[in-house]
Design a protein around this ligand. Structure first.
Ligand SMILES: NC(=O)c1ccc[n+]([C@@H]2O[C@H](COP(=O)([O-])OP(=O)(O)OC[C@H]3O[C@@H](n4cnc5c(N)ncnc54)[C@H](OP(=O)(O)O)[C@@H]3O)[C@@H](O)[C@H]2O)c1
Length: 291
C-alpha cells in the first residue's frame, strides 16, 4: 500500500488518459516487491515547469515525459544525457537529491534498438534500416541506430522534415541519412534489412490504415511497427503476408520503460521482469474498451 516511504514515479503528458506506463511500471514494482507507485499526470504546457519543480520538492524518484512535452521539458533540466542532446528530446527524468540535479534522458531510441536486437539475436552494425516517418520517435530511433553503426534511409510524407533530420545527423554525428522520395519508395525499400514504421499511421482508432501499400513491402525482411495500439497493426499484418518477420510496438514500449528503470534504480531489469511488464501491457491492450 502507498505510504510515506513509498517511492513515487509518474509520467507527464497531455492528454495522458491512455498511457500504459503506469500498468507496466506497477507490474515491475509488484513483482520486485519494491515499495513504489507510478501515476499518470495530465499537465498543461504552461504548468510544466511547476510540475517538474513540484515533483522535485516532493522528492519524486523519477518521471517519464510524453507527448507533447518531450522537447519543451529540456529547459527545466539541469543536465541532459548525450542521447537526449542528440535526439533533442527528453522522455525520462531522474531527480538526483545528492547532487541536487534534475537530469533528462531519452530512452526511446535505445528502447527500439533493444527490441530489434533481442528479436534478431544480433547487433545492428552494418544493417540497413528503412524508417517511415520523421517525427520525434523516428528521430530517436535514427540517432540511436546510427550510433550503433546501422545505415539508415528515411521516407516521410513531409519530405522537408526528413531533410531536416538528415542535416542534423550530418552536423551532430557527421553521418549520412538517405532521404527517399515517394516515386522511388518501392525500389529503395528492397535494398534494406529492416523496415520500421515510425509514423502514427495505423494507430487506434484508425487501425485499418497502413503507412505503405502491402505490395511495396519487400518479401522476407524484418518489419517493425512502433505503433503498439493495436498490438498487431495493419502494417504488421501485411508484412506477415509478405513472409516478413515482425516486431510489434509493445517490445519497444517495454524496452524504453526498462531503460528508464535502469536509470532511476541503478539496476538492470532481468528478462523475466521485462516479460512481466510486457504481459501486463498486452493484457491491458486486449481488455481495452473497443471505442
Ligand atoms: N512503441 C513505443 O515505445 C513508442 C514510442 C514513441 C512513439 N510511439 C508511437 O509512434 C508514433 C509516432 O510518434 P511520434 O512521437 O514520432 O509522433 P510525431 O512526432 O507526431 O510524428 C508523427 C509522424 O507520423 C507521420 N504521419 C502522421 N499521420 C500521417 C499520415 N496520415 N500519413 C503519413 N504520415 C503520417 C508524420 O508525418 P508528417 O511529418 O508528414 O506529418 C510524422 O512523420 C505514435 O503512434 C506513437 O504512439 C511508440
Amino acid at each position: 500500500m502507498t505510504g510515506s516511504k513509498t517511492k513515487i514515479f509518474g509520467v507527464l503528458g497531455h492528454p495522458i488518459g491512455h498511457s500504459l506506463s503506469p500498468v507496466m511500471h506497477k507490474a515491475f514494482f509488484k513483482e520486485k516487491k519494491i515499495n513504489a507507485d507510478y501515476f499518470a499526470f495530465d499537465v498543461d504546457e504552461k504548468n510544466l515547469g511547476d510540475a517538474i519543480h513540484g515533483a522535485d520538492a516532493l522528492k519524486f524518484c523519477g518521471l517519464n515525459v510524453t507527448i507533447p512535452h518531450k522537447i519543451s521539458v529540456i529547459k527545466y533540466m539541469d543536465e541532459i544525457s548525450e542521447e537526449a542532446r542528440l535526439i533533442n528530446a527528453v522522455n525520462t527524468i531522474k531527480f538526483d537529491y545528492v547532487k541536487d540535479l534534475i537530469i533528462g534522458y531519452n530512452t526511446d531510441g535505445i528502447g527500439a534498438i533493444n527490441a530489434i536486437e533481442k528479436n534478431l539475436n544480433d547487433g545492428l552494425k552494418g544493417k540497413k534500416i528503412f524508417i517511415l516517418g520523421a517525427g520525434g520517435a523516428a528521430r530517436a530511433i535514427i540517432f540511436s541506430a546510427l550510433s550503433n553503426n546501422a545505415e539508415i534511409s528515411i521516407y516521410n510524407r513531409t519530405v522537408e522534415k526528413a531533410i531536416l533530420i538528415g542535416n542534423d545527423v550530418k552536423e551532430k554525428l557527421n553521418k549520412y541519412l538517405k532521404v527517399v522520395h515517394l516515386k522511388n519508395l518501392k525500389d529503395e525499400l528492397k535494398d534494406n534489412d529492416i523496415i520500421i514504421n515510425a509514423t502514427s499511421v495505423g494507430m487506434f482508432p484508425n487501425a485499418d490504415e497502413c503507412p505503405i501499400n502491402e505490395y511495396c513491402i519487400p518479401k522476407g525482411k524484418v518489419v517493425m511497427d512502433i505503433v503498439y495500439n493495436p498490438i498487431e497493426t495493419k502494417f504488421l499484418e501485411s508484412a506477415k503476408k509478405r513472409n516478413c518477420m515482425t516486431i510489434n510496438g509493445v517490445d519497444m514500449l517495454v524496452e524504453q520503460g526498462a531503460e528508464a528503470l535502469k536509470i532511476w534504480l541503478n539496476m538492470e531489469p532481468e528478462e523475466y521482469l521485462i516479460n512481466i511488464m510486457k504481459k501486463s501491457i498486452i493484457k491491458k491492450l486486449k481488455n481495452k474498451p473497443k471505442n
